[in-house]
Design a binder for this molecule. Structure first.
Ligand code: SAH
Length: 207
């Protein structure tokens, strides 16, 4: 899989190593395990999906922004099956990952139990409010896309921190999503829009 990622343009060796280490097949249903190392998104239950490896790699590469070593504290919105959270735990000192669907929060806990990841904190709640107790974050990464980036996220981002999220652009028939990066500096927020992506919707409340 990581060999394929190199052909997709993954350059960050830290991301490559982390993705080599975490076994993606452990996070999907038995019937889908044969496809776990394909460049494809896969269903994880409750209508949600785990992103293609290339998209996970791309977002993590953007989040790291070519830094040396690990990031400090990182917030992930949308734990899903816990795969990306496990990869993040190798790239950051502390990871807080929040999920709004109880069923997936529990599933991620089960999937991650064997891995015993001490620096990963799984939270159940509405990630649109971020997680103030862990703030400020060196990085925030969202696995679900909304129309606007919640101000809670940029408020909880550290100065010098970076946020990576899918955001909807346009409406109706021309609606699509793009990957957006926000950098926070002492001068304020700077937004950069990258390529089109397809993520599940960011929803408020818990279920
Ligand atoms: N990173 C995940 C991808 C999961 S898909 C993985 O590796 O499996 C995105 C997830 O975001 C879904 O599980 C969805 O329930 C969740 N989500 C959507 N809106 C949310 C919100 N406001 N707070 C927390 N999680 C949310």
């Amino acid at each position: 899989m990581v060999g394929k990622l190199a052909t997709l343009g993954l350059q960050d060796l830290n991301v490559r190593h982390a993705m080599e280490t975490v076994e993606r097949h452990r996070f999907v249903d038995t019937a889908l395990q044969g496809q776990a190392y394909e460049e494809t998104s896969l269903p994880i239950g409750l209508g949600q999906t785990i992103s293609k490896p290339g998209v996970v790699a791309r977002m993590l590469e953007l989040l790291r922004n070519g830094r040396d070593g690990r990031l400090g504290r990182v917030l992930e919105v949308g734990t899903g099956c816990g795969y990306q959270a496990a990869v993040l735990s190798l790239l950051a000192h502390e990871v807080y990952s929040i999920e709004r669907l109880r069923g997936l929060h529990d599933k991620a806990r089960d999937n991650l139990r064997m891995l015993r990841v001490a620096n990963l904190h799984l939270l159940f709640g509405d990630g649109m409010a971020g997680f103030p107790k862990g703030a400020p974050y060196a990085g925030i990464i969202a696995a679900a896309g909304g129309g606007v980036i919640p101000t809670a996220w940029t408020d909880q981002l550290a100065v010098g921190g970076r946020l990576v999220a899918p955001v909807s652009v346009g409406t109706g028939a021309v609606a699509s999503q793009a990957l957006v990066v926000i950098d926070k500096s002492t001068y304020g927020l700077q937004q950069t829009v990258f390529e089109a992506v397809h993520f599940v919707p960011l929803k408020s409340g818990v279920a």
